[in-house]
Design a protein around this ligand. Structure first.
Ligand code: SAH
Ligand code: SF4
Ligand code: F3S
Length: 439
């Protein structure tokens, strides 16, 4: 089909939103839309939103406001709000910003073309939660050209941590079938991908339909995907400590395509806070999980997520978080001030002041940053395998990732994009490595 309309999509939030945006673009292409990089010449603007923290949500309303001149200039412009804010706020978005034409949640975007058509008559709000429908209706063909591609295998969450909106915005835990994922991975490889990153809010809780009616674990799925020739690397995010298994540890040791990188959030090192968070594990149990996986794969890189200033957190609790960080040595981390989310249990608990939150976050981040820098500088003089993904900022330079998911820059010919090359590291910046090809 000859493209006749332009779509601009702006993405917020986690990798799952990025995956959803890619799939929206792919299905819109079938209805004659081509992607554009600015709202200024677009016929359709989609804001794919995140609700995880208060600031993320507020940002959306100012983003919508910024589209006012575009709508004034082009009254046919369709403005759509998708993703987790859409799911959480629904009609309220159109009430606050009447120029929005379309609001739809993360489980409804396979009906996008119909919704756009209907929005020409009246504003549309679509918050349906039928999780298995989306994947069976979306076109199977992937035209993603990424060397490293996201592939959602599991969505939603049944864990209900007391701070988190995900169970409300993404719904209950749902796993796609092995066959469906296998076919999609094959499609991605055919389109040029060499790595897939399996996505799920609780990816290691994966339990999709395997052969017949049997339920397969994430480890089984990884072994199955590793059959695909030309699929060189497999990773998965985000895992929950309580869903780590012996089988996954074995896969880290024995499956050559499964890369030695594990993102395993702990949130807090205080057992009292972990209990209030409803994480259902203690700090020591988390440390045991790490010890265990390291006994199978000693070089595995561990990254984590942290929340500081959770309701009632005191200095001692915070110190316990710092202690865990010292014990684990994280290669990369994401840390946030606790943000009160309406409707979640922690929103009604005794809050910690913003000043204390900020002080603790600065302290924690400086330690985490030191660990990240140490992990990078530790590689200098060493050699490992890098999958080059794209051109770098400088002429003749490529960017890729090594097995441990560190970003690597090296001077190399464009033909090496999509290939795995041996690189010797010569320098480290605060978040990436520089190296030269070993030939
Ligand atoms: N499923 C993953 C995390 C999904 S949300 C897990 O269980 O670990 C991604 C991260 O956002 C979380 O790990 C947490 O660190 C952070 N986060 C979630 N809700 C938050 C809130 N209310 N305030 C601050 N950070 C939050
Ligand atoms: Fe949110 Fe993760 Fe907890 Fe689920 S396990 S409620 S996604 S933080
Ligand atoms: Fe945000 Fe929704 Fe992802 S709230 S973090 S976009 S699941």
């Amino acid at each position: 089909m000859v493209p006749t309309q332009k779509v601009f999509i702006k993405n917020f939030g986690c990798q799952m939103n990025e995956y959803d945006s890619e799939r929206m673009l792919e299905s819109l292409a079938l209805s004659g839309y081509i992607e554009t990089s600015t709202a200024d010449n677009a016929d359709l603007v989609i804001l794919n939103t995140c609700h995880i923290r208060e600031r993320a949500t507020e940002k959306i309303y100012s983003e919508i406001g910024r589209l006012k001149p575009n709508k004034a200039e082009n009254p046919n412009l369709t403005i759509a709000v998708a993703g987790c804010v859409a799911q959480a706020e629904g009609e309220e978005i159109i009430r606050r910003q009447p120029m929005v034409d379309l609001v739809f949640g993360p489980q409804a975007y396979h009906r996008l073309s119909d919704m756009i058509a209907a929005s020409r008559q009246s504003p549309q709000v679509e918050l349906d939660f039928n999780q298995d429908e989306k994947f069976s209706v979306l076109p199977a063909q992937r035209n993603n050209k990424r060397v490293s591609a996201y592939l959602t295998v599991q969505e939603g969450c049944d864990k209900f941590c007391t701070f988190c909106v995900v169970p409300y915005t993404r719904g209950k835990e749902f796993s796609r079938s092995v066959q469906e994922i296998y076919d999609e991975a094959k499609n991605l490889v055919q389109a040029g991908s060499r790595e897939v990153i399996l996505l799920g809010q609780n990816v290691n809780a994966y339990h999709g339909q395997g052969n017949g009616n049997s339920s397969w674990s994430l480890a089984n799925l990884i072994w199955k995907l590793s059959d695909i020739p030309q699929l060189e690397r497999i990773r998965f995010v985000t895992s929950h400590p309580n869903d780590m298994s012996e089988e996954l540890n074995v896969a880290f040791r024995d499956c050559p395509k499964l890369m030695p990188y594990l993102h395993l959030p702990i949130q807090s090192g205080s057992d009292r806070i972990l209990k209030l968070m409803n994480r259902k594990h203690t700090a020591n149990e988390y440390l045991d999980v790490i010890k265990n996986v390291r006994s199978y794969r000693p070089d595995i890189a561990i990254s984590g997520d942290f929340i500081v200033g959770f309701p009632s957190e005191n200095e001692e609790d915070f110190q316990q978080t710092m202690d865990v960080v010292h014990k684990v040595q994280f290669v990369k981390s994401f840390s946030f001030k606790y943000s009160q989310r309406p409707g979640t249990p922690a929103a009604n608990m005794k809050q910690v002041s913003k000043e204390i939150q900020e002080k603790r976050l600065a302290k924690l981040q400086s330690l985490l940053f030191e660990q990240q820098k140490l992990a990078l500088s530790d590689s200098i003089g060493k050699v490992s395998k890098v999958l080059f993904e794209k051109k770098g900022r400088y002429p003749g330079q490529l960017v890729g990732k090594n097995e441990h998911f560190q970003v690597v820059h090296a001077m190399a010919k464009d033909e090496l994009i999509g290939d795995i090359s041996t690189v010797c590291y010569t320098a480290a910046s605060s978040n990436s490595l520089e190296g030269s090809l070993v030939v």
